[in-house]
Design a protein around this ligand. Structure first.
Ligand code: F3S
Length: 99
């Protein structure tokens, strides 16, 4: 599966949702999550994220390993998101990786 990691927090650029062929992104308050039961590992979302927050699980940097479980836990509790919206970075959020 693919995993949304720490760089998404307080950013939520949402470019990723536009390319997902199976609509497996779910919106939390501060970040998006991928539902591992739905992700087909196409990898289309990886280059779309401007802050490089998305990884194939096997390529996930060690310091973000807890995000595997977090995505699996949170995605089913959140609403699916399929349309882009204004990022938190643009609305004054504390997006650490914003330009
Ligand atoms: Fe987050 Fe990147 Fe998508 S910041 S919402 S994973 S485009």
């Amino acid at each position: 599966t693919h995993v949304v990691a720490e760089p998404c927090m307080n950013c939520k650029y949402t470019d990723c949702v536009l390319v997902c062929p199976v609509e497996c992104f779910y919106e939390g308050d501060n970040m998006l999550y991928i539902n591992p039961d739905e992700c087909i590992d196409c990898a289309a979302c990886i280059p779309e994220c401007p802050v490089e927050a998305i990884f194939q699980e096997d390529d996930l940097p060690e310091q973000w390993s807890s995000f595997v479980e977090l995505n699996a836990e949170k995605a089913p509790e959140c609403e699916v998101i399929t349309e882009q919206k204004a990022s938190l970075a643009d609305s004054g959020g504390d997006c650490k990786n914003a330009d």
